[in-house]
Design a protein around this ligand. Sequence first.
Ligand SMILES: O=C[C@H](O)COP(=O)(O)O
Length: 248
Amino acid sequence: MRKPIIAGNWKMNKNIKEALEFVKEVGSRADRDDVEAVICAPFLQLKDLKEATKGTKIKVGAQNMHFETSGAFTGEVSAEMLQEIGMDYVIIGHSERREYFGETDETVNKKVLKALQIGINPILCCGETLEQREAGVTKDHVKTQILAGLKDVTNEDLVKVVIAYEPIWAIGTGKTATAEQANDVISYIREVVASVYGDLANEVRIQYGGSVKPANVAEIMGQSDIDGALVGGASLKADDYVALVNFK
Ligand SMILES: O=C[C@H](O)COP(=O)(O)O
């Protein structure tokens, strides 16, 4: 049984004070045993968030990391540093990182392997642009991203990876992929994973991301292959976050 995972990606929003107020407001209202609730915040908020969420069921994650342990990489943060403050998850290869910060399938793969080595669960992102969808190459594109992202991941580690399918045209646009469109690509991603890992693919959780909100989360989560949501905008408001985690 795949435990649903609702992860908020705050992106570059909220200062420490706002992050702590959020946790106070959400408190024990997001405490389902049957759903994993995660908040992925900017680096500076993570240590305080981890402390503040003690005693709640909320897990905390980063939005990026470097694949090297240490060295001359100005402005970067290593997996070891994230591990030191108890991070549960790290988002890897979000489309905004790929687009604005030059991340490639190769660096994404190095980060996935490093996170697993250090014991932080990676949320591996993939997804197509509007042009790619219109050109009919969505599945080819996500297949390439997933096979490259998971390269050299062992069977044992595979189940620690969460995959997030986020069509770029649906991110922050209010345009959600229909639940069926999302499920179609996500089922295909599971087939791609199965082509390498066999039945283990049935244990991998695959999220949908792109304009998920309280009003559409139940329909999305009702699909056969969708195991969670990676939520940007709607995860910033405490009440919406609570509603997302408490989807029926
Ligand atoms: O990581 C989250 C996604 O980029 C979705 O963002 P959004 O919910 O604001 O569309």
